[in-house]
Design a binder for this molecule. Structure first.
Ligand SMILES: *Cc1c(COP(=O)(O)O)cnc(C)c1O
Ligand SMILES: [Zn+2]
Length: 413
């Protein structure tokens, strides 16, 4: 099943291997801890995955087909997902006190977030398996991106959201024609209900803990960073952490490129969690996950009290000699403002968190005045307009008169 280059699936807790198609989680470690990682035969893939061949391929993440869990016949050859731009942000770098800052703007993906990468892979994988209906439980971007990809491919889509889904994301779901179940309960309940429905109705399950394949879509951001910065690598890549599979995917992409000999460098991963919900930051220190599930942050996309892919995130950070910092909601709001004003990029709170990571790491001397950082801006600010307004303030309400304008323009002069 799947890519001819998949070698095996390996449990991230006990290291046991299983063959593709057998199971979705490790039989020894169970569905909570037995998350599987898909291993590719990089040596064999490298025969066709060459810099020269890549140059001729589509400018979307489908250019990386050898490293996706899809047969060649089921891998799209063109599309809109990925190959997002990397842009310099010199004024933001100066404000943050580092040498250089680049932004990779994932908000330019079709549904406005990084999640278009795994969701488009999930839809292609569902079609490869002959499924006509996909489903997921999500607080927002995983769902809106799945609904978008499903609509483009003509699949039916069922979404289970918890109550705190921001309106922009909810509107997207409905616009893309998904059937939306807004569950009057916790996110965990929505998640379990979705899994039960997938078992009952045979829907393809996009939930990241259940489905080890779609996470490979997140790797493509790392593959792109390696290609786009091949001759000019950043020292650090900053990325926010909720469940943990995004930062792990980015690191896996960069290190795959290294192992395949397309680049000769690696980067340190700078992870960030919200101060209020920081179980992965804690697990990096203690080696264990606190499953109490307490806490809250206003950055909804990283409001994940019980992450399922925490081991992958911790391994990526350790393996890259990186670190995880935490940022308060106030610092995240400040980052929303600065990223908009000094780089012209409107980021949703969880995306701006990658900028607050730079600020915090600089204060703590993890970074210095020469540091060269690439920050992954994971989602578009329009997704959470209410959250943005809280960060950037209200307009000037005035009467329709010159005097009213003068009073503001000439104030404090
Ligand atoms: C999902 C998401 C993240 C975090 O990714 P995880 O894989 O959950 O760690 C960060 N930012 C945005 C905008 C997201 O949608
Ligand atoms: Zn195991």
């Amino acid at each position: 099943m799947g890519s001819t280059f998949i070698q095996r699936l390996v449990c991230v807790q006990c290291g046991a291997a299983c063959q593709p198609g057998q199971r979705n989680t490790c039989p020894h470690c169970g569905p909570d801890e037995g998350i599987l990682d898909v291993e590719f035969d990089l040596r064999r893939a490298a025969r066709t995955f060459t810099a020269e061949n890549l140059r001729r391929r589509t400018r979307s993440h489908w250019r990386y087909r050898e490293l996706l869990p899809l047969d060649e016949a089921n891998c799209p050859t063109d599309g809109l997902v990925g190959w997002t731009p990397v842009v310099e942000a010199p004024r933001l770098a100066k404000e943050l006190g580092i040498g250089r800052l680049r932004l990779k703007n994932e908000g330019l993906n079709p549904s406005g977030s990084f999640k278009d990468r795994p969701s488009s892979v999930a839809v292609a994988h569902a079609m490869q398996q002959g499924a006509g209906v996909v489903a997921c439980a999500s607080t927002g971007n995983a769902a809106s991106s799945l609904a978008c990809s499903a609509a483009m491919a003509g699949l039916k889509c069922n979404i289970f959201v918890a109550r705190f889904c921001p309106e922009g994301k909810l509107a997207q779901l409905l616009a893309y024609g998904a059937r939306v179940f807004r569950v009057q309960g916790t996110y965990e309940q929505a998640y379990e209900l979705c899994n039960a429905c997938c078992r009952e109705y045979g829907w393809y399950n996009r939930n990241a803990a259940i489905n080890p394949y779609l996470v490979e879509g997140k790797k493509t951001a790392g593959l792109e960073i390696a290609e786009q910065c091949a001759s000019d690598p950043p020292q650090w890549v900053s990325c926010s952490i909720g469940d943990g599979c995004s930062i792990a995917g980015v690191h896996k992409g960069i290190s795959s490129m290294h192992r395949m000999g397309l680049i000769d460098w690696s980067t340190r991963m700078l992870g960030v969690q919200a101060e209020g919900v920081a179980p992965v930051a804690q697990a990096l220190e203690t080696g264990r996950l606190d499953r109490s599930g307490a806490g809250h942050t206003y950055a909804d996309s990283i409001n994940v009290p019980v992450p399922r892919n925490w081991r992958k995130a911790v391994s990526a950070v350790r393996d890259s000699n990186g670190t995880i910092v935490t940022a308060s909601d106030t610092q995240i709001m400040e980052a929303v403002r600065l990223t908009g004003r000094l780089a012209g990029v409107f980021a949703e709170p969880a995306a701006a968190a990658a900028i607050s990571a730079v600020a915090v790491a600089r204060q703590r001397s993890v970074l210095d005045g020469q540091s060269d950082v690439l920050a992954l801006i994971t989602g578009n600010g329009l997704k959470d307009v209410a959250g943005a307004i809280r960060a950037v303030g209200e307009p000037h309400d005035i009467a329709p008169s010159m005097n009213a304008v003068r009073a503001i323009v000439e104030a404090k002069l």
